[in-house]
Design a protein around this ligand. Structure first.
Ligand code: PAZ
Length: 370
C-alpha cells in the first residue's frame, strides 16, 4: 500500500514542495502497511465510541548512515515524557496511539523495565516457593497492573514503533491522514525528539563505511569521478565526513494539511535558558498551531513553559520537595526537603492540555476566533 496515495482531500496542492519531495524520494518503510491497518481499526473503534484520540510521539529518531545500518546518529530521549503522558491521557479518558522509538519506555511497564528499576527487584519467593511481588510493592504494582489491564481490555492503547526518522515521518503522516475523520477530537502530542538533519536515500551508502583507507573507494572532490554524488557519510583520508540534509519542516504540513482540525501540541527542547521562551514563541508563530511546550534538558522533569496564542506564556512547575527522582514516578528527589509524595510533571501537563482541548472542542479553534 502506498500511504501517500491516501491524501484524498484534494489538499496535496497545499503541501510544501519539500515535504512532497521527501516522500517521493525516501522509501516507505515496510512497517507502514501494518501500522496503517492497526491505526485505522483503532481510530474507527474510538470514533464509534465517541472517544477523543491522542497521538503521543515519544523517544528519539535515528539517522542511519548506511542502508545496511551499522552506524547511526541518534537524538536524546529516554521516552519518559511520552510514556508518562500517555498514562495520564488514558486516565483523562482518551484513547492513545503511542508512536514510540522501539525499545524506549512504554506506558505502565516504564515503572519496572528500566535497569534502575529492574522488575526482578520487585519480586520474591513466598513460603511455598512461588514467585510473588514483595509486600512493600503490592499496592503500587496492583494500581499499575489494574490500569494496564483496563487499557488492554478496552483497547484504548495502541503501541506503534519506529526507529529511524524516515519511519517516524512516514508513520506520522499516515496517522494524521487516518485521524482526519475525528476532526477536533484528534490531538497530537509531539514529545518525540526528531532529528533536524538526515541522510537522504539517494546519498546513503549501502554497506558499512570502512574506516581503513585500504578498503575505501575514493571520492575526489566529494564526487566519485563518474558524476554520481558521494555518500553523505564517507571517509576522506582518515576522517569520517558526514554532511546531512535538513529534514523538511513537517510541523507546518501537519498543521495546515495533514491534520488541520486536530489540536496540535509540539515540544521545544533547549539547553540555554535564555533561549527557551523566544524559541517556543518563534515555533508557535511559525507553525500557527495551538500550543508549544518548552522545556530545558536539565529541568524538564519539574518545569515546562506553555506558550499558546490564547493564554500567552505560563510556567507549570512541580513544587520543590515533590519532584520525582526517576522515570518511575515513585521515588522522590533525595536532595529536596520532602513536603509530600512525588508528583510527576506530566500529571500537571496532561490535564492542562486536555482542558485546552475540551475548550477548543466546545468553543471552536481559538486560532479561528474573530
Ligand atoms: O523522553 P525524555 O523524557 O527523556 O525527554 C523528553 C523530551 C525532552 C525529548 C521532550 O520533552 C521534548 O522536548 N521533545 C521535543 C524535542 C525537540 O525536538 O525539541
Amino acid at each position: 500500500m502506498n500511504g501517500h496515495a491516501t491524501v484524498s482531500n484534494g489538499a496535496s496542492d497545499k503541501i510544501p514542495a519539500e515535504s512532497m519531495d521527501y516522500f517521493a524520494t525516501n522509501p516507505q518503510p515496510p512497517t507502514l502497511r501494518f501500522h496503517s491497518a492497526a491505526a485505522k481499526a483503532f481510530i474507527e473503534q474510538h470514533a464509534r465510541e465517541n472517544r477523543r484520540v491522542a497521538i503521543v510521539t515519544s523517544g528519539g529518531t535515528t539517522v542511519p548512515l548506511e542502508n545496511q545500518t551499522v552506524r547511526f546518529i541518534d537524538n536524546f530521549s529516554a521516552g519518559t515524557r511520552g510514556a508518562t503522558s500517555a498514562e495520564y491521557f488514558l486516565e483523562a479518558g482518551y484513547a492513545v496511539i503511542f508512536l514510540h522509538r522501539q525499545f524506549s519506555l512504554l506506558p505502565y511497564s516504564r515503572h519496572y523495565s528500566h535497569s534502575t528499576n529492574c522488575f526482578l527487584d520487585f519480586m520474591t519467593h513466598n513460603d511455598a516457593g512461588a514467585v510473588v511481588v514483595e509486600n512493600e510493592y503490592q499496592k503500587q504494582m496492583s494500581s499499575v497492573l489494574d490500569r494496564y489491564r483496563t487499557a488492554k481490555k478496552e483497547n484504548t492503547l495502541l503501541l506503534l514503533s519506529f526507529t529511524s526518522v524516515n519511519e517516524y515521518l512516514w508513520t506520522l503522516r499516515e496517522l494524521a491522514i487516518q485521524i482526519q475523520p475525528l476532526g477536533a477530537n484528534g490531538l497530537f502530542y509531539l514529545a518525540a525528539a526528531v532529528s533536524d538533519f538526515f541522510v537522504p536515500a539517494e546519498r546513503m551508502a549501502e554497506h558499512k563505511i570502512q574506516s581503513s583507507e585500504d578498503f575505501n573507494p575514493s571520492h575526489p572532490d566529494g564526487e566519485d569521478g563518474e558524476g554520481e554524488e558521494a555518500p553523505a557519510a564517507r571517509m576522506e583520508g582518515k576522517k569520517l565526513v558526514i554532511d546531512l540534509d535538513p529534514v523538511p519542516k513537517f510541523l507546518k504540513t501537519l498543521v495546515d494539511t495533514w491534520a488541520p482540525h486536530s489540536m496540535i501540541i509540539s515540544f521545544k527542547l533547549e539547553t540555554d535558558p535564555s533561549l527557551l521562551a523566544t524559541k517556543a514563541r518563534y515555533a508557535l508563530e511559525k507553525y500557527s498551531h495551538q500550543l508549544v511546550i518548552g522545556n530545558l534538558l536539565n529541568t524538564r522533569k519539574w518545569e515546562v513553559l506553555f506558550v499558546s496564542a490564547k493564554e500567552g506564556e505560563r510556567w507549570i512547575r512541580v513544587p520543590a520537595g515533590r519532584r520525582t527522582k526517576s522515570h518511575t514516578g515513585f521515588g522522590e528527589d533525595m536532595n529536596a526537603a520532602h513536603s509530600g509524595p512525588a508528583i510527576e510533571i506530566e500529571s500537571l501537563i496532561v490535564p492542562a492540555v486536555a482542558k485546552m482541548h475540551a475548550d477548543m472542542i466546545a468553543n471552536g479553534d481559538p486560532r479561528h476566533a474573530a
